[in-house]
Structures are given as C-alpha cells and as structure tokens.
Design a protein around this ligand. Structure first.
Ligand code: MLT
Ligand code: MN
Ligand code: ZN
Length: 295
C-alpha cells in the first residue's frame, strides 16, 4: 500500500494567510491542509479527507494526475474522518470529477446535507454517492474507531448524535501493511492502543504542541481550554500524545509515528525549534507535504 501525504497543516494551512506571527513569517517550509491519498496498486487512489487545497495537491503529486485517457482520473473515492471545513471543502473542488463515492460517519453525512449543503450542491454536477464509512476501499480493508463528539462550528445547533469524528485503520491484505489515520483526537481514545497494534504507520493529530498554545504569544486571545474544546490533544505534556508514543516504543513497537494537521501556532513547524527536536528525539516524525510511505 502506498500512503501519500498531500497536506500536513491544520485549517488555514501554514503559513496561515491571515497571520503575521513570528512562525508564519519565519520562512519555514509551507504546508497545505491535511489530506492523504492511499493506493493498493499505485493506479487507483482513494483520498482520505478532501482539503480546500486539493487542486494544488493533485497537481503537486504526479501519481494523482489525470490520464491516460483525456478525462480519466486515478481518484476512485473519498473517505472522510469528520465534517470540518478543512477536511470537506475539497469536495466542492472535486465537482469536475462528475461523481465519486464518498464514505463518512452518519453524522458527517448528515452535516454535509443539512447544515452545510455540499451534497446538494455537487450532486448537481454528477452522480455522487454518499455512503456510511465502509469496510473497504477497493482491495484495502477499513476499520473505524469513533474518537470524538466534537462537531464543526457550522453544525453546532445540530441535535444528531455522533460520533462526529473517527479514526481509520487501513490494511492491505496483499502486503499485511497497516496504516492508521487519526488527524483529530480530542484525547487518547479508549481502544486506540489496540487499534494501532501492528501498524506500520500511525498519522496523528499534531495540531498543538503544548496544552496552552492557543493562549500564548502567537494567539488570538482564546482561553486555555479552547484547544480541548477544539478537539485536539496536545503533543507534549502529561496528557499529550508523545507520552503515549513513548510507551509504545518502550514496549518494543516498531511503528512509525508521524504528526499531521499542524496548526500555525505549533513551534514544531520550525525545524530549528527545540520542540521540533524533542518530537524527533522521542521517535516521532514530522513529515512534509509530499512524503510517501510504503506499507
Ligand atoms: C479543527 O480542526 O478543529 C477545525 O478544522 C477548525 C476549523 O474550523 O478550522
Ligand atoms: Mn481541522
Ligand atoms: Zn501564524
């Protein structure tokens, strides 16, 4: 299985267009918004999430280019972890595909019809199929782990029950390769340690480095618990994800752990920052856009 990281930043990307903080002005490598493509054979590809940057991401990755027929594309469908705008706006950009299957948790399918009517809009451009997050993507096997009840701001008045956010475990029966994708984690969820067992790659929520980051020097004045309300576990700290990774590594896990969905406030974006080194020393990766893993 090939896993291609199309984008690795949180909503707004890096640098963020409306931000003049030191990090956004630092010249650190830009990152587009979180999105992944997976393929069993390198011919047909499935997107996991559809970022607003999807057009540029497709053009930047030859594996996703159109061809060989004049209107043939290698993208076979889209799997969504949640209904956030940074993970779903790309569906509008994909309208020229003339229809693709889209798999998502039921609450997400509801939000994209009843709170933000993307489905109605793009159904007018072709035969889209809207399906509950399934058990397969072609020959790849998919399992789903509900991870949080955090709904998008635009769906805050929805009374539909979650889960609103899930993680996916994707297995290639031909190679035994396992990829776990969890770009939005409010906490380290129940059952997650088992869910990642034997994974070759776990791509995790790296939105924030520290628990108080959004109230720090680069911030917009939101309160300390805003990050938790936003549904993102920090990397560092007592309740952070890096400690969990360390525990897996101490137990002998050979999994590659990598962070995605990095917010523009996250100091790990700067390769010269001590926080970047701390993550790397703890055995986790901070891959750039365009990084590919083979599992
Ligand atoms: C999130 O990851 O919390 C959301 O994408 C925030 C947003 O609306 O940009
Ligand atoms: Mn997001
Ligand atoms: Zn900034």
């Amino acid at each position: 299985m090939r896993v291609l990281l199309l984008g690795t930043a949180a909503g707004g990307g890096f640098p963020q267009w409306n931000c003049a903080c030191a990090l956004c002005k630092s010249g650190a490598t830009p990152r587009t918004q979180d999105c992944v493509a997976v393929s069993a054979d390198g011919v047909g590809w499935y997107l996991i999430n559809a970022s607003p940057d999807i057009r540029a991401q497709i053009l930047a990755n030859p594996a996703l280019h159109a061809g060989p027929g004049p209107r043939e594309i290698p993208i076979r469908g889209v799997l969504l972890t949640d209904a956030e705008l940074d993970h779903s706006l790309g569906l509008l950009m994909l309208r020229e595909a003339g229809g693709l299957p889209v798999w998502a948790p039921p609450a997400v399918l509801h939000a994209l019809r009843d709170c933000f009517p993307v489905r109605d809009v793009i159904d007018g451009y072709g035969g889209w199929e809207w399906l509950p997050a399934g058990s397969s993507l072609g020959s790849l096997r998919v399992s789903v782990l509900p991870v949080s009840d955090k709904r998008p701001k635009y769906a805050r008045s929805s009374t539909v029950e979650g889960p609103w956010v899930v993680a996916y475990r994707i297995e290639d029966p031909a190679t035994g390769g396992v990829f776990v994708y969890a770009p939005c984690l409010k906490t380290w969820p129940d059952g997650f340690d088992e869910f990642v067992a034997d994974a070759g790659l776990v791509l995790l929520d790296g939105t924030f480095y520290s628990p108080g980051e959004m109230s720090g020097a680069t911030a917009s004045g939101v309160s300390d618990d805003a990050q938790h309300v936003m549904g993102h576990i920090p990397i560092a700290g007592e309740h952070g994800s890096l400690r969990r990774i360390a525990a897996h590594r101490e137990a002998g896990s050979t999994t590659h752990w990598a962070y995605t969905h990095l917010n523009n406030t996250n100091p790990v974006l700067d390769p010269g920052a001590p926080e970047h080194s701390a993550v790397r020393l703890a055995g986790a990766e901070l891959p750039l856009d365009g990084t590919e893993y083979k599992l």
